[in-house]
Design a protein around this ligand. Sequence first.
Ligand SMILES: C[S@@+](CC[C@H](N)C(=O)[O-])C[C@H]1O[C@@H](n2cnc3c(N)ncnc32)[C@H](O)[C@@H]1O
Length: 249
Amino acid sequence: MTQTNAAPSEKEPRPDGWPRARGRHYLDVLEHLHSAYAPDWYLEIGSGRGHSLMRCPGRAIAVDPDFRLSGDVMGQKPELHLIRQTSAAFVASGAAQKLAPAIDLAFIDGMHLFEYVLDDFIATERLCRPGSTILLHDLVPFSPASAEREWDTSRTKGWSGDVWKMTLILREYRPDLTYTVLNPRPCGLGLITGLDPDNTVLSEARDNIVARFMDLTIEDFGPRKFGRLMNMQDVEKVFPTLQQTEAAE
Ligand SMILES: C[S@@+](CC[C@H](N)C(=O)[O-])C[C@H]1O[C@@H](n2cnc3c(N)ncnc32)[C@H](O)[C@@H]1O
């Protein structure tokens, strides 16, 4: 399976009220967050060609069963660990705890199905400190076809899958988190702080959550209601210094 963050070709009309993420490009935002937070350790789940990994100047662990790296992903990084495994196998191996004392900034952009992202979030929060930040990609799918669980390449060039369900899940099950959906194009970015590595609410409810949300679609939920629940914020207002930086191509 191949996934892409390329700009989608819109082949089908979107229902009225379908929310869109049209803000500053997510790679610019990632670069800015690396510079603003200066994390000791960055964890990336899903690296693909390495475009997001290249925006990290510090120590990094990148996990992907199918790296297709091109370009200088090492850059000036003092340390880079490339783990050619699924995130589940990486977590089961216990390697993260041996490589880094804690993860300060994480970007979850692996398999675009909500149960995988839920598992990635649960595992990543356990590796974090209370002051760490987790970023979730693909929360704002650009079309109904791109939000489906199967990627139909005849209908959409880009695929966000049903990662959008994470907003419903985290808002309901983890109101203790500070959870903000930002508007970077093409498909939004979740910014999560107030983490609690010892919290077991999600892991205990995991199977129930997966069963409850498996068959839900945005059309059933209601695109406008989904937009209101997300309450998407303009990333350049949340991070005003981003306005002074150069835009990605
Ligand atoms: C959209 S790409 C990542 C793009 C990259 N983060 C960027 O912004 O340039 C998604 C990646 O997730 C990887 N992936 C798929 N299933 C995975 C899994 N179970 N665990 C970790 N990575 C996975 C795919 O191989 C693919 O390279």
